[in-house]
Design a protein around this ligand. Sequence first.
Ligand code: CP
Ligand code: NVA
Length: 317
Amino acid sequence: MIGAIMLSTKHFLSIADLSTHELQELIDFSLLVKRKPQRYNRALAGKQLLMLFAKPSLRTRLSFEVGMRQLGGDAIFYPLKDSPLGIKESIEDTAKTSSRFVDAIMARLYAHADLLTLAKNSRVPVINGLTDFSHPCQALADLVTIFERKKRFAGLKLAYFGDGKNNTCHSLLEACAKLGVNMIVAAPKQQEFQPDSGVLDAAKVEAYKNHCLIDVTTDAHFAAANADVLYTDAWMSYHVSTKEHARRRKVLKPYQVNEELLSLARKDATFMHCLPAKRGEEVTSEVIDGPSSLVFDQAENRLYAQKALLIRLLKGR
Ligand code: CP
Ligand code: NVA
């Protein structure tokens, strides 16, 4: 049924805003949309999605744009570089104006607080297409990919390596805790690489309710032991200044996902990365281009997860 189930939240800003039931339902629905695309090819007929981008993108832009078209609607790409949010026009006015024209807004911004202001002032649903703080669309597609491959969540171990103060890592912590997946973050001890303490504490509480564990370590080998999923993200996220690159490369080197680390995981372990990736930094080519890698399945599943999300957010509104 297309319109029968609504999310309890108007917007999709964070995985933490969904209940475990809603998240699992969204994952199941994503896989249904993947299996039966023709069933939904008029689901959003006549609907318009505005896509605001303050940072570059390949996957997010393409998957939202293609997704809207496959659902019978359309998407408008609006790069913010010519009209920076909050400079030429206030974020409040941007939200109030654009939400008079379109049915939903997807925004990729720097500051998470700007996304919250945008959502607060928008008449229509706002989707977080990545901020410096979180990347819930990525985590949703990643959990779809894990469920598709492993057929379960309960009891799995996901080990995340490298930059822990990272948008994808934060959203994965929230998602794993909701779904009963044990997650361990292996990161340097310095505060700048540790996950946000608010996200971490909330994930630990949520994990306790869902019978799994959330943990942080500085020991990459310990984290990799018996893991079902090895996950990493770029050491140089879009918002990291180039002046920081050399220093970060040095500190993060022990957390590179390579064949040695992979050999400590379970035999059927999979490697995941949200992309874009830098071979030779956070991951070696042997691993990302090897048989354990699911990175292009993750990228493809962005399409189905976001089509499912758009239907759940827009249908009936
Ligand atoms: N994973 C992801 O969001 O990729 P893009 O930056 O290409 O959108
Ligand atoms: N952490 C990365 C994710 C890219 C999809 C970044 O923010 O650049």
